[in-house]
Design a protein around this ligand. Sequence first.
Ligand code: UDP
Length: 538
Amino acid sequence: QSQELSQVQIDYHAALQALVEDGTRMVCTGRMHTDRICRFESLCYSTEAEEFVYFHSNSSVMLPNLGSRRFQPALLDLSSVEDHNTQYFNFVELPAAALKFMPKPVFVPDVALIANRFNPDNLMHVFHDDLLPIYYTMQQFSDLDLEARLFFMEGWSEGVHFDLYKLLSNKQPLLREQLKTLGRLLCFTKSYVGLSKITTWYQYGFVQPQGPKANILVSGNEIRQFTKFMMQRLNVSLEESSSEEYIVVFSRTINRLILNEAELILALAQEFQMKTITVSLEEHSFSDIVRLISNASMLVSMHGAQLVMSLFLPRGATVVELFPYAINPEHYTPYKTLATLPGMDLQYIAWQNTDREDTVTYPDRPWDQGGIAHLDKAEQERIIKSTEVPRHLCCRNPEWLFRAYQDTKVNIPSLVHVIRQTVKSKPGPKKQKWSGSLYPGKVRDAKCQASVQGTSEAKLAVSWQIPWNLKYLKVREVKYEVWIQEQGENTYMPYILSHQNHTFSENIKPFTIYLVWIRCIFNKNLLGPFADVLLCST
Ligand code: UDP
């Protein structure tokens, strides 16, 4: 089976000698445990102790060398979920001489990426926390190619979506449990530990209520490069855009149901004059779902992890997210944030059930399916009366779970009305031209010339040249912003100008030093950098 490691032949004695003589070498990127990824040579793992081991020897390197700060709280996060205390990585240290008394090491010849999956049974978590971060961590380090091997250390079994993880490299990923079968002391010849967080867009509410990450660094372009890779690995080809347009309803079959799904499908088909189909994770293969979604004009679904599949929608498509009664769409925005990332080019619409008559609750189910029977009577009554779940932390808020697992009869006229406010004619992939957004460079050769008229009036003539990259671009509108600031003052006078020179006379005093800041703006909202400040004395 492909669990076998010895696909690359290594000289065992040479490897052992190198480990004893050279020890472990580690060099990391990142300043804090939350943004650190480490590259190791000869990092070992004791499957008995379930600990990573760093061997000190003549040539060992440990950068950063944090001393005991390595435990405050950890060297790094093993998952892409930030600073979660169940996801920390560290190692124990030993002198290489201790190897004499230890089990014979088994060497892992593949370049390894060692990380934790966060919640491999939930599709949103699979894509957002694992697949995208693994893919872009592999892009960051060139020896993490398709021949690299993934090691998942979180301790879960494969999970229902393991086939997706297998797409990321040609080698079978290995789980923590399986390492025991390989040996008592494993030594990774070359390994990377940790995941890049650069593609994540959502925080799940462990320390503050859930919401978009504060500083999102990913755009639709990188998301779509990833989905292109996944589709190639899944053997799903993008069909010709000439084929028929259609709407996909992504349904859940176990809970959080749409109770009038047949009526909904008929209504959508009628309203938009398009074929409307349903898919579900229970009834369709993953490839089929990707194939269908990647050509759809609109995706309609209950709030839930399956909506992460809007990753695969074509540009110009519409996402319609349905929220059960008492759940404020603004408070749960993982899919809205995704759909509205710059360059995703999707339209996002939220609909909420506001009618108590149209909801079905399940107070007697187990707590993790939204039951509230375990709570005291007063609390149960408060929850049942409440019209909106207040903001809360992850992950066991009973009021949230109670409302999240309601079934909903969708009010069709209300839904159609909400969609029609955004989708005026036919929804779907418009052959829109590339709306790529390139920013201007600095303006060049900025100059100023002052002239004084009498004791109270002065003028400042300022001129500059276009940014260097403009001559290679077709830009609809080019404007310049000029700020005039009197030296020593906090405030400035801003101007938006269309030409490359201007003479300022308003509020310009004689015998004063002005700082002049100039930048170029493309198409109203693409702001370039300011050129070096100009000092102008009147
Ligand atoms: N799921 C599903 N059908 C269902 C209920 C759940 O396919 O009827 C999937 C869901 O998309 C997710 C996983 O099962 O991948 C866990 O669902 P859960 O309700 O726990 O999470 P949520 O969707 O609220 O994130």
